[in-house]
Design a protein around this ligand. Sequence first.
Ligand code: UTP
Length: 290
Amino acid sequence: MRVRKAVFPVGGLGTRFLPATKALPKEMLPIVDKPLIQYAVEEAHAAGIEEFIFVTGRGKTAIEDHFDHSYELEDLLSSRNKLQALEALRAAVPGAGQIAYTRQQVPLGLGHAVWCARKLVGDEPFAVLLADDLILSEEPCLKQMVAAAHETKGNIVAVMDVPREQTSRYGILDVGSDDGRLAEVRGLVEKPEPAAAPSTLSVIGRYILMPEVFDHLSRKEPGAGGEIQLTDAMARMLGGKPFHGLRFDGTRFDCGDKLGFLQATIAFGLARDDLRQGLGDYLSMIAKDL
Ligand code: UTP
């Protein structure tokens, strides 16, 4: 089973980051010196993805510009011999024809955004990456998932345990057999109240899905919060092809949330050779006053 295509839903409004996201797409917010969406594209590339499909919305043109050449800027950097910066710019641009855009005219929910990509994906397994879920890991999370999909020959979602009081923020698994790494999905519930949650194993923004999911999404039934939920369509797929949650190796940051965004900035800063010492010294200094 080859996973060649990845869908990046970037049609959300990013209301939790207003006013920063009034004119700037949430996915363009930088962690250290790279926008969130570039981390996601690089992760997909490292997992063997060859086609990058963006589901955009109004006010998201900065994303298209980011993944295109900027001839003026490249010329200027070249003439000033700023070769490192030039290389960083060029490396971010996927090859010609590898990137496609479609538009979610109305942000009706994540499930609807994924459904908007159905023609571009066609009849093959595909990945979905939510750029605001940023993962710090040795082996890219999606690469771990592709390996798991080869093993199970079915759908894979990335999962992690969350404190029970947070289940109402996530899609939660009802778990069947479980070997500690791969958990068979018996049921899926979107944003259950803690008392009603079947477990604390929650789905984060990485999926490998079989194309049958589009049939279920085309019912366009609103779910939790009145939005068309991807979780509901995935729940309807259960009983068909195998469906597992993968406890991936790595740390996930919810960069759609202010605290998660700040934590990611610190963690990714500390992971960088050029910043570790300076940032570490600063954190130790201010920690004394906390
Ligand atoms: P969020 O739940 O984080 O929503 O979406 P949001 O609109 O981006 O942000 P807030 O909550 O208002 O601050 C999760 C992911 O689903 C995408 C978002 O772009 C994000 O990657 N999404 C959500 C869509 O593409 N379309 C939608 O209609 C909803």
